[in-house]
Write a protein that binds this ligand. Structure first.
Ligand SMILES: CC(=O)N[C@H]1[C@@H](OP(=O)(O)O)O[C@H](CO)[C@@H](O)[C@@H]1O
Ligand SMILES: [Mg+2]
Length: 560
């Protein structure tokens, strides 16, 4: 690092002192905290993103959002050149950077890291970071901090893309690095044209009446706003957006949104008795999560939740069906030497009934720790990998190989059997690969895919929901003295430390038929999460409560 670079960094860093007494960690999905203490963190992540761009010689994304958290929180995360999450190898550096005590230490750290990673400053190589933010009021000033971080790396340029959903930013980064069309308009165009293509391929007898409307809860965040734009390009699908975040409609994530609906399993604000039986969906605050539901009764505040596991099951069924059409025996030459590997990736939060269902379909199901970065990585090992968290974050990944093979099949079939079922299947799979966001889970593209598959199957939301019966479950949070004292293994299903806690969980679980319970430290909140599943709701509640009491006994403030 030369003297000029050093001076620029020192000067700008001194304008962003770190908050006292807080230790920040990159966590499950970037840094998150109360927005008032985040300026220095965002500034420093700006520097990190610029370094990542220099290192990879690619465009990098920086998103300012705290997703489903309350409006007063905010956060920052980095999108790698592929459009996926920041490589885990850089997370320790992100942590160290965010917690460096002063400007001197910070510059020292950057200099050492750059040396180790062979990053040279101020050379001919330049860096570009694309910036996006959600609708949080604190986003504007944090964006300014990010810009200052980026521009304190000599030669780095910040491009502000304004208010976007998280998946839009990831998609744009991915497209830019593939030298494809990459504007927000291109994003809408790709989604709507692949949607149209899938709709055109729906078997004629499955057409549903025009009055079949979808109601979407936008969590009073960026998703509703963007869906209003996307909707203008769609034919054959009527969408009504509620909780769109417009002036006076309500507060971001407060009593609304995918996280609220999935965790509380109650009717979100803005929905009433008139909506009973209607097909409804909820997005989260940055529109990377999607769940469906239908209202059973407003007065009892009851809904039937169709969560990420069921979206995953719907997608898996559809993809499997298309692949088996392609593999039909009479098409002898097809695919014999090209078995397409299809893998399903879940976390321990997946409802046990969903895993049983997917396995019964003959699918390969594997588990990873919580956090999209783990699921995504695992899913990318398959030709087609489908991953979802129960909370509605997930997508479908197609390998370059399988896409190439599909393109070739498409051309072959066009000359030999135009209009055949096989050709339609190839076209559907190609359209899915265009519609679904391959960078990261995306509620907007997810909605469009769910809607086309439901039409393809001729299913109502009720029929879809009946694919299998969820096992009753309960999630609780426990405040503890130090959540990092909990170490888990086996995709977070077993506690290694503190010793004795897993035995206590085991003995509680054994008391309940179909009982399953695990705990883990949250990566986004200062709590231990408790999950329990059992054959009845009362049992699941009871199991969760007693496990929570053990957590408190081992790690809490000694109140019980
Ligand atoms: C139980 C649960 O829903 N956990 C969520 C939550 O992570 P935690 O580490 O559990 O706080 O936020 C993550 C980021 O959105 C998401 O990936 C994850 O699934
Ligand atoms: Mg989110």
């Amino acid at each position: 690092m030369d003297e000029q670079q050093r001076r620029v960094l020192l000067e700008s860093a001194s304008r962003f002192p770190i908050p006292q007494g807080v230790k920040l960690s990159y966590g499950t999905a970037g840094f998150r905290a109360d927005a008032s203490i985040l300026s220095s963190t965002v500034f420093r992540v700006g520097i990190l993103a610029a370094l990542r761009s220099l290192k990879t010689q690619s465009v990098i994304g920086l998103m300012i959002t705290a997703s489903h958290n309350q409006v007063s929180d905010n956060g920052v995360k980095v999108a790698d050149p592929s459009g996926g999450m920041l490589t885990q190898e850089w997370e320790p550096f992100a942590d160290a950077l965010a917690n460096a005590v002063d400007a001197e230490h910070l510059v020292q750290m950057i200099s050492e890291f750059a040396k180790k990673e062979n990053i040279s400053f101020g050379g001919v190589q330049s860096a570009e970071v694309l910036l996006g933010r959600d609708t949080r009021p604190s986003g504007e000033s944090l964006l300014e901090a990010a810009k200052q971080g980026i521009s304190s790396v000599v030669g780095a340029v910040a491009t502000d893309l304004g208010i976007l959903t998280t998946p839009q930013l990831h998609w744009i980064v991915r497209s830019r690095n593939k030298s494809k069309k990459s504007s927000e308009t291109d994003y809408f165009e790709q989604l709507s044209s692949s949607f149209r293509c899938l709709m055109d391929l729906i078997p004629r007898e499955m057409t549903i009446s025009e009055t079949d409307e979808l109601i979407v809860d936008g969590a009073n965040g960026v998703g509703g706003e963007k869906l209003e734009e996307l909707k203008k390009l769609l034919n054959g699908l009527v969408i009504q957006v509620r909780n769109s975040g417009k002036e006076g409609e309500g507060v971001l994530n407060q009593g609304v949104g995918a996280d609220f609906v999935q965790k509380e399993k109650v009717v979100p604000s803005g929905f009433g008795q008139n909506d009973v039986g209607m097909r409804c969906a909820s997005l989260d605050g940055d529109a990377d999560r999607l769940v469906y539901f239908h209202v059973l009764s407003k007065s009892d505040n009851k809904i039937e939740l169709v969560d990420g596991d069921k979206i995953l099951s719907l997608f898996a069924l559809f993809i499997k069906e298309q692949l088996s059409i392609l593999n039909k025996k009479e098409e002898k030459e097809i695919n014999d030497d090209h078995p397409v590997s299809l893998g399903i990736v879940q976390t321990a939060y997946a409802n046990g009934a969903s895993t049983d269902y997917l396995k019964q379909l003959g699918l390969e199901v594997v588990f990873t720790p919580t956090g999209v970065k783990y699921l995504h990585e695992k899913a990318s090992e398959y030709d087609i990998g489908i991953y979802f968290e129960a909370n509605g974050h997930g997508t479908i990944l197609f390998s370059e190989n399988v896409l190439c093979w599909l393109e070739t099949r498409n051309k072959e079939l066009a000359s030999t059997s135009e209009g055949s079922e096989q050709q339609k299947s190839v076209k559907r799979l190609l359209a899915v690969s265009e519609l679904i966001n391959q960078a990261v889970g995306d509620a907007l593209s997810g909605v469009l895919l769910v809607e086309t598959i439901l039409r393809h199957m001729g299913w109502s939301i009720q029929r879809w929901s009946e694919l299998y019966q969820d096992l009753p479950s309960r999630q609780l949070k426990v405040k503890v003295v130090d959540r990092t004292a909990v170490i888990t293994t086996n995709a977070e299903t077993e506690v290694v430390k503190p010793s004795g806690l897993q035995e206590a969980i085991n003995s509680e679980t054994a008391k309940y038929p179909k009982g399953r319970s695990f705990i883990r430290p949250s990566g986004t909140e200062d709590v231990i999460r408790v999950y329990a599943e059992a054959s009845t709701q009362e049992a699941a509640d009871g199991l969760a409560k007693s496990v929570a009491q053990h957590v408190d006994r081992f790690l809490g403030f000694g109140t019980t």
